[in-house]
Design a protein around this ligand. Structure first.
Ligand code: ASP
Length: 425
């Protein structure tokens, strides 16, 4: 059994874990919760390596290119990330208008009793300003990815300047620091390899718990929302990412085959920041993207690029409007596009954060989500099946980060075509 496990292809093992998880979850129902610690081991192991991976790869990435190159790639990254997010929310709104999820529900205050909703208010500017850490060590310790990226890029640029110094002593100091972080990055890749071996078991447990708690029931009154959202995910991945990759000279079919480990890991763990180590490994080994690009674009994407979340927010806003008998007007839908693109910058790549940010999006079009209001009831219904929706969101988010990274690398000619030569032609 053990030798079968280690000899079998990782993807086959993950798929077996997935199928077994669904079956066992549906059979055991809420009792599948006993597998929770087994799934937690995977999530905790991934979290354990996230910060060291981000720190080492960003510093090495920024330290190995010139500041102007970094600025160029950075601007491209941000531009494309925001553009794909705008496409995503438009696609979400399109399917929401097509399927009319929630129509006829006629929710009124007090008509449904559901789980409590976590209300919290953070202004958009607060989110932006917090990119600058007051204490970088605290940012690292607390897993604040955006603040850590900011600090590490500054450090990487400074190291790159040292390495280009005329003064031999300063140049050596820069090189030593650079090699130290390069060593750390290589060590982390070995640890990622070990964690990957555990992924199929973790997948089984996480899926069993989700399907056990809400599997069959989720396809009741909310079936239409789930369908609209998942069809929109598929459309976005195939049309926007597939089309974009083709435009940048990358074979999308080969691309999707190469990134499947990262996409599946995001699907089951529901965290794009958490699977960063796997995304980086995929970008490096499978896609052959230069470290100078992915070390920067992937952590950035895991925090600011949330296309799956944007789709979900578009469909859900329409659902809530229909459910309370106040369908959103054209102008309200236009506002949603703007707010969603900005809100995605402040959405953390952790489980459930998209559902919290949905409240900001709803507020922007005057949907009152104060406790007890009809909109809050509709929101709470969606919140009840959030795990199911978050799986697709996170998977789309990570696929998007990798697609944009690959497209930019191809446009900059920073991609190792040898990695593709045996299958792409
Ligand atoms: N869980 C998602 C992610 O990590 C974010 C979300 O909740 O939409 O990408």
């Amino acid at each position: 059994m053990l030798s079968w496990y280690f000899k079998t292809n990782l993807l086959v093992r993950i798929i077996v874990g997935l199928i077994l998880g669904v079956v066992v979850g549906l059979i055991m129902g809420p009792q599948a919760e006993i597998f929770s610690p087994v799934g937690d081991i995977l999530v905790r192991s991934l979290k354990m390596i996230v910060m060291p991976v981000i720190i080492s790869t960003i510093i090495v990435g920024a330290g190995s290119v010139t500041p102007s190159q970094l600025g160029k790639v950075g601007a491209k990254c941000m531009g494309i990330y925001m553009l794909t997010t705008a496409f995503a929310v438009v696609i979400g709104l399109f399917y929401g208008n097509l399927f009319h999820p929630g129509k006829g529900l006629e929710l009124a205050a007090g008509s449904v009793t559901l789980a409590p909703i976590p209300f919290n208010e953070t202004s958009f500017w607060d989110v932006l300003i917090m990119v600058i850490p007051t204490n970088p060590f605290q940012a690292i310790a607390e897993g604040d990815v955006l603040a850590t990226i900011f600090f590490c890029i500054s450090m990487g640029i400074a190291i790159s300047i040292l390495r280009h110094s005329e003064d031999e002593r300063i140049k050596n100091a820069g090189d030593s620091l650079f090699y130290l972080f390069e060593g750390l990055a290589e060590v982390m890749y070995i640890v990622i390899g070990w964690v990957l071996e555990y992924v199929p078991i973790g997948v089984f447990a996480l899926i069993a718990v989700v399907f056990g708690s809400q599997g069959a029931g989720a396809f009741g009154p909310l079936g239409m929302v789930v369908c609209a959202i998942y069809i929109a995910f598929a459309t976005h991945v195939l049309v926007v990412y597939g089309g974009g990759l083709l435009f940048f000279g990358v074979n999308p079919i080969v691309f999707f085959r190469k990134i499947k480990t990262a996409s599946i890991a995001a699907f089951v763990t529901r965290t794009s920041s958490g699977v960063l180590p796997i995304s980086m490994e995929v970008a490096d080994k499978e896609l052959g993207v230069d470290k100078g690009i992915y070390s920067f674009s992937l952590p950035l994407g895991a925090t600011v690029n949330m296309d799956g979340t944007a789709i979900y927010q578009g469909v859900c806003a329409l659902f809530i409007g229909f459910a309370i008998g106040e369908p959103l007007t054209f102008n309200q839908q236009m506002t949603i596009i703007g707010t969603t693109v900005l809100a995605s910058l402040g959405t953390a790549g952790i489980p459930g954060s998209g559902a919290i940010m949905l409240m900001i999006v709803l507020n922007s079009v005057g949907l009152d989500v104060t406790p007890g209001s009809p909109a809050a009831l509709a929101y709470a219904m969606i919140f009840g099946i959030d795990a199911l929706l978050d799986m697709g969101r996170s998977c789309t988010n990570v696929t998007g980060d990798l697609a944009v990274t690959c497209a930019i690398a191809s446009s900059e000619n920073e991609i190792n075509r040898e990695c593709w030569s045996n299958i792409s032609k």
